[in-house]
Structures are given as structure tokens and as C-alpha cells.
Design a protein around this ligand. Structure first.
Ligand code: EPU
Length: 337
């Protein structure tokens, strides 16, 4: 374990922003993590996972701990299901691919989501009708103050749409070290009704899809809409899809009867932020090296040398225009530092 100073974080965030960390250490075991925590003294702590859901707007005057804990373990299994524990530093998609190769079902719709296993519960990652919480059993974590290990059960995590206890009461207090999932070994409960999955399967003339077929369909859809962070810096959806009350929704519908929406409950309506941003005229727009992706307006992109500040200014401009034009307030989904 070596503490580096003024380390560039360019390769540690998927936006590819060139900011530095005052102190930086990558930990590969729980012991190293505890050692790093005790060495940080009074410096501010910053925990870095896959760097796929954050925007850095300046250098970090902090003690950055990069969670690089690796390992996948089968805890127990029956004829029909398996409990798999993955360490926090495992790449999410590589873990999903491991599950598919082992024919463990439940995560196939979450293929190709950037980031690491340990950060997935923080925002309860979700895509194509499936959320992390659907297969989540528990997380192990270390308490920053005491270095004590503890477990968070699914109920304790208080999962919601792109939200959990780790974004609220537990924020900054715990470091997730592993996540355990409950997956199926046969009779997989597949979910193909969302978006274009069924269409892709139909085009390939697949009637009874395997989890591998579904994963491949999701990968194809994501690749057609979402930019690959290795080629074009981005952080996935920059904004959350807003959920509005019935009154706001009725007013919005009067002005935009053509807008897509999902009824969350009789009094709550979710409107796709991507549609709102496109309506406000930003889709495919580029301002210097900061831009809005041409195939999915919810994704902001770094064409190369955009600073975090420039991307943040663009985000705030989008937020303002969307509110002026549609009456709807959209909130960032990424963490901004
Ligand atoms: N839409 C537009 N214009 C756009 C983008 C979208 O009109 O530029 C419309 C689409 O036509 C569709 C609706 O908005 O009617 C929804 O679009 P899509 O299915 O692409 O999904 P989304 O709501 O924009 C969410 C997640 C994504 C996830 C997809 C698929 C959030 C904030 N985003 O996007 O998650 O991959 O559904 O399930 O909930 C992420 O969080 O980083 C992410 C990529």
C-alpha cells in the first residue's frame, strides 16, 4: 500500500476529467483498507469506486481511497438458486458476464452498466425493468469512524429508484466492501417487456430466450444508444427521470400531450428526462468539448478536454431551459464534487 500525492484522476473517472487527488491510495484487501483509514488522520476522506457516476469540478484536497478489492465466491447453493458474493472492486459488467457464463440468472438486464460492484447498491442501479434490489441479499461494509465491519440487509438499505441509505443516513459513514446476490440456477425469471428487448429478440427470431440471449440484446441496445466511456467520456444518465404530482402532470400534459410517461402511482407520474432535454433543443448539441449525446439526451459527454466546470455549467443551463420550457424541474443523478 503506497500513498501517492497529487495523483491525476483522469483514468479513474469515466468522464475522463483531468483533476488531481492530494493523496491517493489503492487498497486490495480489507486489512489495507483499515490501514489506509487509520493513516488518513484528520484529512477529508473520499472513496473512489469505478468513477462512473461522478463529475469532478476541481482538484480533490482529500485522502482518496480507491477500492480495489477483488474476488467472487459462491456462499451456498441449492438445486435451484445460488448465493454469490462479489467484492466491491470487481467490475460490474465483468461480474454480470461471470454470472451469465455460469448460467446464474437475475442480472442479465443489467449488462454493460459501467462501474463496480461496490458502488452499485449506492444508487440501486437499474435498467430495462430490473433493479439491483431485485437480487440483492446484503452488503458488508466498514464503518469509517470505528473500522468495525457490519452487514446491511436488504431492508436496512432502504432501496428506492436510484436511491438507498448510502445516499442518505449512511452517506460517508460506511465503505461497502462486498455485495451478496441471490440468483437462479434454473427456471430463470426473465424480464423482456421493457423497451426494445422483445424487438431485438424478435428480429433474431428467438422465442424462448436464454439469459445469454437477453444479455446480448441489452448490450446491443445500450451500444446503439449509450456512448462507450472508453471512447467518449460520460457518466451514463446525468439526470434522474423526474417524478411529479398529479396537478403538475395534468398541466404538463395539456401543453405536451405527445410526451411519454409512466404512471408510478395514481398520484405520481414519471416523465423521461431525455425527452424533456430533447424538447428543450439540447440533443446532439456541443459547446466546446462539453456536449449532449446525439442518441440519448440524458447523457452528457466529454469530447476530450472539457473541464468538470464546463460540464456542470452545461447541466445547469439544461436544467434552467427545461424548467422554463416545460415547467418540470430535473435533478442530477450523478454525484458532483
Ligand atoms: N427519450 C427521448 N429522447 C432522448 C432520450 C429518451 O425522447 O434523447 C424518450 C424515449 O423515446 C423513451 C423515454 O424517453 O420514450 C425513455 O427512454 P429510455 O428507454 O432510453 O430510458 P431513460 O428513461 O432515458 C433509463 C435509465 C437508464 C437505463 C434506461 C433503460 C434513468 C435516469 N436512466 O433511461 O440508466 O439504461 O432507462 O432502462 O433512470 C443510467 O442510470 O446511467 C442509465 C443509463
Amino acid at each position: 500500500m503506497r500513498v501517492e500525492e497529487n495523483k491525476s484522476l483522469k483514468n479513474y473517472n469515466t468522464f475522463g476529467i483531468d483533476c488531481t487527488a492530494r493523496y491517493f491510495v489503492s487498497v486490495e484487501s480489507i486489512e489495507e483498507l483499515k490501514q489506509a483509514l487509520s493513516e488518513k488522520n484528520s484529512k477529508e476522506l473520499f472513496i473512489l469506486g469505478g468513477g462512473s457516476n461522478m463529475l469532478l469540478t476541481g482538484d480533490l484536497d482529500a485522502f482518496v481511497i480507491h477500492i480495489n478489492l477483488k474476488g467472487i465466491e459462491i456462499l451456498k447453493e441449492t438445486e435451484t438458486e445460488v448465493f454469490v458474493k462479489a467484492m466491491a472492486g470487481e467490475n460490474w459488467h465483468a461480474f454480470v458476464q461471470y454470472c451469465i457464463a455460469s448460467d446464474f440468472g437475475g442480472l442479465e438486464n443489467l449488462s454493460l452498466i459501467p462501474g463496480n460492484v461496490g458502488t452499485a447498491p449506492i444508487q440501486n442501479i437499474g435498467a430495462y425493468g430490473v433493479e439491483l434490489k431485485d437480487t440483492f441479499v446484503s452488503s458488508n461494509a466498514i464503518e469509517v469512524e470505528t473500522l468495525k465491519e457490519r452487514e446491511f440487509t436488504k431492508d436496512e438499505c432502504a432501496f428506492e429508484y436510484r436511491n438507498s441509505i448510502f445516499k442518505n443516513e449512511a452517506k460517508g459513514k460506511y465503505i461497502i466492501t462486498s455485495v451478496t446476490f441471490r440468483l437462479t440456477k434454473k427456471n430463470h425469471k426473465t424480464s423482456v417487456s421493457y423497451g426494445d428487448i422483445q424487438k431485438v429478440l424478435n428480429d433474431k427470431k428467438i422465442e424462448t430466450p436464454t439469459i445469454k440471449d437477453i444479455s446480448e440484446a441489452v448490450i446491443a441496445i445500450r451500444q446503439s444508444k449509450l456512448p462507450d466511456p472508453k471512447i467518449l467520456g460520460n457518466s451514463g444518465s446525468f439526470f434522474k427521470n423526474p417524478v411529479v404530482d398529479a396537478e403538475t402532470f395534468q398541466e404538463f400534459r395539456r401543453n405536451f400531450p405527445e410526451a411519454p410517461f409512466y404512471e408510478v402511482s395514481p398520484t405520481e407520474f414519471k416523465i423521461p428526462a431525455g425527452w424533456l432535454i430533447e424538447k428543450a433543443g439540447f440533443k446532439g448539441q456541443r459547446f466546446g468539448d462539453a456536449g449532449v449525446h446525439k442518441n440519448q439526451a440524458l447523457v452528457l459527454v466529454n469530447y476530450g478536454k472539457a473541464s468538470g466546470k464546463q460540464l456542470w455549467e452545461l447541466a445547469m443551463e439544461i436544467q434552467k431551459k427545461v424548467k422554463e420550457m416545460t415547467g418540470i424541474f430535473i435533478e442530477p443523478e450523478v454525484n458532483v464534487f
